[in-house]
Ligand binder design. Structure first.
Ligand SMILES: Nc1ncnc2c1ncn2[C@@H]1O[C@H](COP(=O)(O)OP(=O)(O)O)[C@@H](O)[C@H]1O
Ligand SMILES: [Mg+2]
Length: 378
């Protein structure tokens, strides 16, 4: 037990790496090897895709949905894709907030091209997620409270200078080099990611948005470390499915230095969701192959590579999407989409005053826990 921990008063969070704790125990290393292998397989599968952007935005939207849901911001996959890219301001607040999450992830990724992971980058990610300017907390009063019992579970450290100092240590641990204190730079990047995630959540630098920002930072860290070329890992799926274990494992690090338990939780999350995402990508590729074969055989005149790509990039397709992707007039784009409806690849739906063309096979595959493509024309 940690004698200095009192849920009601600001916690004096120790810096990383934790003092006199071995992070890379044998069980951790074993789990790490498996997680690394699964993640590498996913990364290679994405690298082999002829056009990763086609599937990327959908996969990232699934991550955005689950991560927001961890914070009780709940929307549906259909609403997300319907509002994706247009009329976002007219969406309900949960849908808007979830779409903002994806934007925050992409903005963070963009920033990462010119600068490393820093407190400033975390502030920018939180700002995009929340849709209002967010900076490191200046006032006290932030605490984690149990929704049901209203009991305070954890009170994070406070005082802007203090928080910034802890974040500076967090930054150093992100970029630790082999020669650094306690060999922090020799730790496996996945072990570091897990330790960094605990630390970020325990610092709890913002008045809100810490969970979502921290989960975006996980993916950005994997990209920065070169473990993932695209932020496709659906890690929040695991966290959402094992949410109470997530809270309990975070708290147990604070209360009893239960690092091994926390690291194993996160490594299992990486392993499981790497496989899940890998299988999902394989199934999406197969679905794309089925669409190509079907369209070619039923209507060789209508078929084009770009047309198949765009109805996979946009599960709810607009006439303007097709016009843009194929460089054709609206009239022609509209005709193509209607022909796709006649072939039962797409289905026309009213959306306000607009027409959308949903791709039911793709939506079913994206929303499902099963990774089975389904044949067209049945
Ligand atoms: N005991 C704990 N110690 C540290 N962090 C915690 C603990 N329990 C939960 N958290 C983190 O706090 C997050 C919620 O913080 P919050 O600022 O409300 O994030 P968001 O606005 O994204 O909902 C959780 O998702 C989790 O990552
Ligand atoms: Mg919150």
């Amino acid at each position: 037990m940690n004698a200095s921990f009192d849920p009601q008063s600001p916690y004096d969070l120790p810096p990383l790496p934790p003092h006199s704790v071995i992070l890379e125990t044998l069980p951790v290393l074993k789990a790490c090897v498996e997680a690394r292998a699964a993640l590498a397989a996913l990364n290679e599968a994405v690298a082999r895709l002829p056009n990763p952007d086609v599937l990327l935005s959908s996969l990232v939207l699934l991550e955005a949905k689950a991560s927001s849901e961890v914070e009780n911001i709940v929307t549906t996959t259909d609403r997300l894709f319907q509002f994706d890219g247009q009329h976002e301001d007219k969406a309900d607040s949960a849908t808007k907030e979830t779409l903002r999450y994806r934007l925050a992830l992409f903005e963070g990724l963009n920033m990462l091209k010119t600068r490393p992971l820093t407190t400033t980058l975390a502030e920018a990610v939180c700002t995009h997620t929340k849709g209002v300017e967010m900076t490191v907390r200046k006032v006290s009063g932030t605490a984690l409270v149990n929704d049901r019992t209203q009991q305070t579970i954890y009170t994070p450290p406070e005082g802007e200078a203090n928080l910034r100092e802890k974040l500076a240590n967090w930054e150093r641990f992100c970029h630790a080099q082999p020669g650094d204190a306690q060999h922090a730079g020799n730790l496996d990047p996945l072990v570091r990611m897990a330790a960094l995630h605990y630390q970020f959540e325990a610092i709890h630098p913002f008045t809100d948005g810490n969970g979502r920002t921290g989960r975006i930072l996980n993916l950005l860290f994997l990209v920065e470390q070169g473990l993932l070329a695209h932020p496709v890992l659906f890690l929040s799926r695991y966290i959402l499915a094992n949410r109470s274990a997530y809270y309990a494992a975070l708290l147990a690090v604070t209360r009893e230095q239960a690092w091994e338990h926390w690291l194993l939780y996160m490594l299992e999350g990486v392993r499981e969701t790497s496989r899940w995402t890998y299988q999902k990508i394989k199934a999406l590729e197969q679905q794309m192959g089925l669409a190509t074969d079907y369209l070619r055989s039923k209507s060789p005149r209508l078929y084009s590579y770009e047309l198949v790509q765009v109805v996979f990039q946009r599960p709810y397709c607009r006439i303007s999407d097709v016009a843009g992707a194929l460089q054709v007039q609206r009239q022609a784009a509209s005709r193509y989409l209607k022909e796709m409806c006649a072939l039962k690849i797409l289905r026309e739906v009213e959306f306000g005053r607009e027409k959308l063309f949903v791709h039911p096979h793709l939506m079913a595959l994206l929303a499902s826990e099963v990774h089975e493509p389904s044949p067209y024309g049945e």
